[in-house]
Design a protein around this ligand. Sequence first.
Ligand SMILES: NC(=O)c1ccc[n+]([C@@H]2O[C@H](COP(=O)([O-])OP(=O)(O)OC[C@H]3O[C@@H](n4cnc5c(N)ncnc54)[C@H](OP(=O)(O)O)[C@@H]3O)[C@@H](O)[C@H]2O)c1
Length: 235
Amino acid sequence: MNIIVTGASRGIGAELARYFVAQGHQVLGVSRNGDAMETIRAELNAASGEGVFHCLAVDLTRDSALEAVSAFIKSEWGRVDRLVNNAGMLLHQPFGATNDAQVQKMFEVNLLAPGRLIRRILPYLQEVKKGHVVNIGSMGGYQGSAKFPGLAYYSASKAALASLTECLAEEYREQGISFNCLALGAVQTDMLAEAFPGYEAPLGAAAMAKHIGHFVLEGHEVYNGKVLPVSLSSP
Ligand SMILES: NC(=O)c1ccc[n+]([C@@H]2O[C@H](COP(=O)([O-])OP(=O)(O)OC[C@H]3O[C@@H](n4cnc5c(N)ncnc54)[C@H](OP(=O)(O)O)[C@@H]3O)[C@@H](O)[C@H]2O)c1
């Protein structure tokens, strides 16, 4: 399969790339940090052969990122089987100290960029019979879950992504494209360390990526338009 993973330079996204390649799939990683993705590319190509991991060093909030992704798909793949909107931005700040520019930037990364990428690759998802888009949400944005000070807008951005997922599943049901959102609990990554300094998560990025990866490949067989909590802990 051809799988796009955003936020593949580190954390859960990097481990997702490793998981998919180990399962015999091709991955396009999309993140800003080209050096980090080149390191992953060298590792994966050495282990599994040339051309299993491709990467584009782009900022997903810019139109040029969409152009680069489109150009890659047109010239290399022609179709996309899976999209994982994993790239995310954290804003950890008391609500009263936030300013709109920061909030707008975070919503760009966490909500608008996934939406734009979905729109852009819809024709390529329609090329396959059962395309699956998985949006990576958060327990913070899951209705009724425990909430934490300093994460109000971050949680709101993930709640919006969850809602977008539910709506798109209905809108594209007839075209055979499935949309699901996984609301993650704590995973030991750089982002978690920033959100909850000193807290130790019950699982690491590789363990979570294994679970997410399996869901991305097969979850649409039994779920569509769902927002699913994937969490061992609070946070
Ligand atoms: N870790 C947790 O406990 C936890 C819990 C709930 C939800 N999540 C969600 O899970 C996802 C992955 O989290 P993580 O912990 O692995 O985070 P992370 O280590 O901070 O990684 C975030 C990734 O997003 C990419 N990214 C951020 N802004 C970008 C932009 N403008 N354009 C392109 N790429 C961008 C980063 O790459 P570059 O810097 O190279 O661009 C990086 O690869 C996120 O959506 C996060 O909100 C995580």
